[in-house]
Design a binder for this molecule. Structure first.
Ligand code: KG4
Ligand code: ZN
Length: 363
């Protein structure tokens, strides 16, 4: 059955609203996808300030939804439901979105569906490419880093993840330590292009440990130490030093992700999927070196590599609308008792990962 959903996302520093249709045949169509970024509000603080984020969401939610409806050329009467991120994330922001969606649902009588933000990311390849279950997913962003086997809209197996920081946080910290602008990923990538990845040696944490768990906080510390030793030896950093540090750091992150992906492939392929697919999402998957390395690995190991368009890899509400549609179609439904959850693992069977990201809860 064809269905039309409004999606609302406010779990970190983007206020987003989108209208998505699921066609009779089950294909996804994005009618509008509005993202109001808060980057400038947080710029002076060197990270997302939860209080500022929550207030900004409250200010932007209604205009974002209005804009999403008008760009899509639809009204509340045309909708079949409202999907909202109800966790995990910064609790103030999640609460703002949940309260707002509840208000809309109460006023319009439309069904309300709470969505796990990570499910939004994990189900995006079905929205963009209509792939079937089970597929392997790497979520790699400023707040998340985990391998998931996606078996169904509410059926996930986590193979491993970061036990401390997410790679995006490490990119952002690296940029700060080297005086580069935020967000750090694109800035470090641009510098790395000019550098020599072998000039400085960085660790590859947890490669000696079996399984798919990862760690990136030691890499940040290694970068700080290396920077300080160059500064104390030479009295400062040259442009070449900065580029070499970025190249070495990026190479280390890429090597860790490639090796852990290889291990995740083995576990996934043991399920004997008909068409093996490895999908990536999250801001760090925009990194050209990492993307190319993972693509190469897929070619070697016989998996299809899938990277949704960047606007759908980073935080957005189209993925929330889609995940809501999938949940609703599978019989999922919430009511006005829906609550905001700061922590909410997709795979409730696997033991919790350690650590908590600056940008929100890891799950
Ligand atoms: O998925 P995202 O937009 O937000 C969440 O964290 O949920 O990811 C943002 C993160 C930031 O840490 C940013 O530095 C990183 O993704 N990022 C990159 C690149 N573009 C964005 N990291 C490495 N290389 C990039 N090209
Ligand atoms: Zn996200």
């Amino acid at each position: 059955m064809s269905r039309l959903f409004l999606g609302i996302e406010s779990s970190c520093d983007d206020t987003a609203a989108a209208i998505v249709r699921r066609t009779e045949e089950g294909h996804g169509e994005i009618l509008s996808n509005i993202v109001a970024s808060q980057t400038t509000l947080h710029a002076a603080f060197g990270g997302v300030v939860p209080e500022i984020a929550a207030r900004a969401h409250v200010e932007k939610l209604d205009v974002s939804v209005e804009q999403a409806l008008s760009e899509a050329g639809v009204g509340f009467d045309d909708l079949d439901g409202i999907a909202v991120t109800s966790g995990p994330g910064l609790i103030g922001g999640v609460l703002s979105g949940v309260m707002f969606a509840k208000g809309l649902s109460a006023a319009t009588g439309l069904p309300l569906i709470g969505v796990n933000h990570l499910a939004g990311h994990a189900l995006t390849p079905r929205l963009t490419d209509g792939i079937s279950y089970p597929y392997l997913m790497l979520l790699v962003s400023g707040g998340h880093c985990q391998f998931l086997i996606v078996k169904g809209a509410e059926d996930y197996k986590r193979l491993g993840g970061t036990i401390d920081d997410a790679p995006g946080e490490a990119f952002d910290k690296t940029a700060r330590l080297l005086g580069l602008p935020q967000p750090g990923g694109p800035a470090v990538q641009a510098e790395a292009l000019k550098g020599d990845a072998k000039a400085f040696r960085f660790p590859r944490p947890l490669l000696d440990r079996a399984g798919c768990d990862m760690s990136f906080s030691g890499l940040k510390t290694a970068l700080l130490r290396t920077r300080d030793s160059v500064v104390s030896a030479k009295g400062g950093l040259t442009a070449t030093d900065r580029a070499d540090l970025c190249a070495g750091f990026q190479q280390a992150v890429s090597d860790v992700l490639v090796e852990k992906s290889r291990r995740a492939f083995a576990e996934y392929l043991a399920l004997d999927p008909q068409t093996p697919v490895f999908a990536v999402a999250g801001g760090v998957s925009a990194n050209t070196q990492i993307r190319t390395a993972l693509q190469q690995l897929c070619t070697e190991e016989g998996l299809q590599f899938l990277a949704p368009p960047l606007a759908l890899c980073t935080d957005n509400a189209a993925m929330i609308a889609w995940a809501g549609l999938e949940r609703f179609s599978a019989g999922g439904l919430d009511d006005l008792s829906l609550s905001a959850r700061p922590r909410w693992p997709l795979d409730t069977q696997s033991p919790a990962l350690l650590g908590s990201g600056k940008k929100g809860a890891k799950a």
